[in-house]
Ligand binder design. Structure first.
Ligand SMILES: [Zn+2]
Length: 251
């Protein structure tokens, strides 16, 4: 059985209790990190995830609140003596820029640096990126300010599904990806281009028939949080939760 552990839940501005949004899928065969921000070794240690358990890194899009921690992660893996390869998956737009960022730090030229493999994903719906014994992970292009992917993770024994919208407006690809999900982690950054409001998240969740709706990548503040929950629940027609840092979602 795999678990999705939320390492951060804030939109672009984090605070001491909410890192920028990123997460780890912890499975039998290893850990898949989804985006990488802040000081990843600190948050991963808090979540009990060893760096050497990470086999894959999936980068959703090239914005600082999603990928700015990649060079630090690589440096820390190298300092811990990593020998096994790391595969980084993402769209060409993002991978080109992540590679440039790594090259600017010259990481890959450091002595005995481990192999980093880049897997360019097509901008198509339902691209199966990883298929393991206990899960299948697929991506679909979303509608954001730059090329961006959302993610659907399905449990292989029973088909349970967790969907993470990533940063996006409501769009058909998101509706398809969210359909019938057991858990929808829907971004709720608010009313601005390339993003979703809590009210829209509620409507999407109801129309897609999702069982559990969590808002993620949201602006911080207690009053804002209460309003977002009220807005989302009014349209979802059932309780809605705010995702929190270090929350574990069982697949
Ligand atoms: Zn973002």
């Amino acid at each position: 059985m795999a678990n999705l552990i939320l390492l951060g839940t804030a939109a672009a501005i984090p605070d001491s209790e909410h890192e920028n949004t990123y997460m780890a899928l912890v499975a039998k065969q290893g850990t898949v990190l989804i985006d990488c921000v802040g000081t990843p070794p600190v948050r991963l240690a808090e979540a009990g995830i060893p760096l050497d358990s990470i086999t894959d890194l999936l980068v959703t899009h090239f914005h600082p609140d999603h990928v700015s921690g990649v060079p630090l992660l690589l440096m820390n893996m190298w300092l811990q003596g990593r020998k096994t390869p790391l595969t980084i998956h993402g769209l060409k737009h993002c991978l080109d820029r992540v590679l440039r960022m790594i090259e600017d730090y010259a990481c890959l030229t450091w002595p005995d640096f481990f192999e980093v493999i880049f897997n360019v994903l097509p901008e198509e719906e339902g691209v199966v990126v990883l298929e393991k014994e206990d899960f299948r992970l697929a991506t679909s292009p979303m509608v954001h300010l730059i090329p961006t992917i959302g993610i659907r993770i399905e449990s292989r024994p029973d088909g349970r599904a967790i969907v993470y919208s990533c940063d996006t407006e409501i769009c058909d690809a998101l509706r398809h990806m969210a359909k019938g999900a057991d858990v929808l982690l829907q971004e709720a950054a608010g009313d601005s281009p390339g993003h979703t409001t809590a009210a829209q998240a509620g409507t999407l969740g109801r129309q897609a028939g999702v069982k559990r709706l969590l808002l993620i990548h949201y602006p911080l503040g207690e009053e804002i949080g209460r309003q977002m929950i009220a807005d989302a629940e009014a349209n979802f027609g059932a309780p809605v939760e705010l995702a929190t840092d270090l929350m574990t979602i069982e697949l």
